[in-house]
Design a protein around this ligand. Sequence first.
Ligand SMILES: Cc1ncc(C[n+]2csc(CCOP(=O)(O)OP(=O)(O)O)c2C)c(N)n1
Ligand SMILES: CC(=O)[C@@H](O)[C@H](O)COP(=O)(O)O
Ligand SMILES: [Mg+2]
Length: 592
Amino acid sequence: MDLLEAINDPAALRALPRARLEMLARQLRRFLLDTVARTGGHLASNLGTVELTIALHYVFATPHDRIVWDVGHQSYGHKVLTGRRTQMHTLRQAGGLSGFPRRCESVHDCFGTAHSSTALSAALGMALAAKLQGDDRHAVAVCGDGALSAGMAFEALNNAGVDPSLRLLVVVNHNGMSISPAVGALDRHLSDLAAGRVRPGASLFEALGFAYAGPVDGHDLDALIPALEAARGRAGPQVLHVVTRKGKGYARAETAPTLYHGTGRFDPAQGVADGARGRPAYTDVFGDWLCDMAAHDPRLVGITPAMREGSGLVRFARRFPDRYVDVGIAEQHALTFAGGLAVEGMKPVVAIYSTFLQRAYDQLIHDVARQNLDVTFALDRAGLVGADGATHAGNYDIAYLRCVPNMVLMAASDEAECRRMLTTAYRHPGPAAVRYPRGPGPGIVPAAELDTIPFGRGEVRRRGSGIAILAFGPMLAPSLDAGAELGATVVNMRFVKPLDADLVAALARDHAQLVTVEEGAVMGGAGAAVAEALAAAGIQRPLLMLGLPDMFIEHGDPAALLGAAGLDAAGIAAAIRQRYRADAPLLVANSS
Ligand SMILES: Cc1ncc(C[n+]2csc(CCOP(=O)(O)OP(=O)(O)O)c2C)c(N)n1
Ligand SMILES: CC(=O)[C@@H](O)[C@H](O)COP(=O)(O)O
Ligand SMILES: [Mg+2]
């Protein structure tokens, strides 16, 4: 009997005989494995929370009770049990289900997550709202041990622990893993709690005013359900410490939870090919550069906020363990920690996804840029990221960095230039960032040297007439194609800040129209920088600014998303024709 088919909402689950739940767990686990093998996605964390998801929906009645999934990458089981089983084959595809909870997707998704460590704050807000509204609903935050390592989680714990009347339950899903193994003293404390090496009542959580229960075997429904029912029956903020295994039930994922944290499509019988390296990604270029520069300069310290694999620091961590620091999911701390290293003459390199740098914006301004500290930022996943969608898109770093005094921001157009820009940023005696997209570039193999590029200078890559296209980063390739079609000049601007204002002025003198192209929000982006430079020079020229529109761009295929935004060669050429059609005579035939 396929129990999953009968469950179109959690009420049907709660109507099941208790004795059926083990069978349901087996079926759900198999379904999740088969689904993610076909669609790609976050597998190990979902396999590890099968029983916990069933038990939560068995004890708490969503949507009346609220369940907030921290990060939400482990919410596929929740989606299946809340009526989306038949849509799971669309996971993380254009128009399909998101890989994270989304309020617009279901009434059972009470809060949108994806960036880590937000669940406790959101659930606390919900719990206070219930109290003020005189409602008896419960707010539950499901928080992994990785997610608990972020400052936001501690801010919420600190805030919640003082109100004994709140119906707030924090389920700590302790599996010893973030994406890579969990790090820090908190992980040690959770392990001490799990092993009973802590005196009763002496947990961190109890010190902060929470009732603490656990550890509970997170794969044993006979333990989970009574523990959740007991928590439900107690007043005040509670922590239930649940111990699970990431990847549970699929041996390959259990033994390699990092490899199976996020997968592409794969055959479950064969497993995921480890280290199958196609054309090297920008991330690999960075990882190679980091090792080369670290070998060259003993002052280099490599810092990651819990993204060792994703940011390309695996080899560096192995070769330079004393100068490798995984600070946990703690971007704010990572930035100011780098500042502390820099004031002491070290040369910190912070490897951070563009989207996750958003979390450390004040630290970047107040602690690093304001003091003009020598910190290098390797900004991976800059631009659209595809399957992770709007929450992970690195669309805003051009706009949010270029307005910060002392900041340097470069945009790499290929792998070789990325390496040279990293060296340029590293040698710059102040805060400097290099942005590069997810995945491989055009395949320009970097040289082995640690060369720089001319600081603050763009380069003309194609001479045409009438129109000049000023391309930033990976938009150079489609701009060259569009420029060839239109007979336009094409420039690789390289620097967003400092912008090559002399080059902009010279281009404006020699061309009737200008175009900027960037894989970033047009609002406040590189096009705006060019417009400001023209205004400052007192030059008036028609300027077409192409980039990402002022909207959240949902998950889908990256190339298709860029095409939809008009940022492929055809889209760029069409936009130029559209804008400058009135001056058609200026669209000269291909003059090269
Ligand atoms: C602010 C932020 N930083 C980094 C990430 C990337 N990230 C996604 S899941 C994850 C690890 C989460 O570990 P944990 O909370 O323990 O969940 P588990 O995968 O173990 O179930 C990280 C670092 C993120 N989503 N948000
Ligand atoms: C859930 C989460 O935030 C990470 O797992 C993220 O999905 C990684 O992104 P990449 O796949 O681009 O490394
Ligand atoms: Mg974990």
